[in-house]
Design a protein around this ligand. Sequence first.
Ligand SMILES: CC(C)(COP(=O)(O)OP(=O)(O)OC[C@H]1O[C@@H](n2cnc3c(N)ncnc32)[C@H](O)[C@@H]1OP(=O)(O)O)[C@@H](O)C(=O)NCCC(=O)NCCS
Length: 176
Amino acid sequence: MIAESLETERLRLRRPAVTDAVDVYQNYAADPEVTRYLTWRYHQDVSETVAVLESFSRAWDSQQRIPWAIESKETGAVIGMVEARPDDAKVEVAYVISRAHWGQGFMTEAVSGVISWAFDQGDVWRIWAIADTENLASCRVLEKAGMQREGRLHRWGYLPNVSTEPRDVWCYAVWR
Ligand SMILES: CC(C)(COP(=O)(O)OP(=O)(O)OC[C@H]1O[C@@H](n2cnc3c(N)ncnc32)[C@H](O)[C@@H]1OP(=O)(O)O)[C@@H](O)C(=O)NCCC(=O)NCCS
């Protein structure tokens, strides 16, 4: 089911490489504001980014997770990441993009591209995502990409940059 690259109007989604580490580190992984609602802490050294990209390579090889680098067609820079996590008939989507690119419709474009790709696989019936109840930009992305809010998942998981207690999230999904 794996696709090494996908194209949208302004973006190329492709298999990440360790050579993307400087872009990833400089553009978003070292930014505490970008990582606020993520399950990991911002990177303090590019070696942490290298280790993550190496783990992405292993994920691709196992096909259990499919993290695509989001490359700007205009600049060729890696500006974010969007990940598909296949599981039987469903696929979870997660994502991040650099602050300099917020509010320009890029993540809606990337998530919509992944949804189209996933439904093209034939054996995928449900695509879903979670967003912290206070992460309004992320909720909006999921709505704009055509997902419906299914419900509140209480005490779903930890966000170490926000609280020491597990947080509530909204669960969104689109199905066919
Ligand atoms: C959430 C995130 C992916 C959005 O990416 P993006 O490329 O800016 O998203 P888009 O431009 O496609 O859409 C953002 C929408 O949210 C809206 N928005 C942004 N901030 C908002 C806020 N505080 N309250 C309400 N809406 C907000 C924008 O206005 C836009 O909606 P509109 O087109 O109707 O005006 C990006 O901010 C990000 O990477 N954040 C950090 C990582 C993260 O939170 N990932 C998701 C974890 S669940």
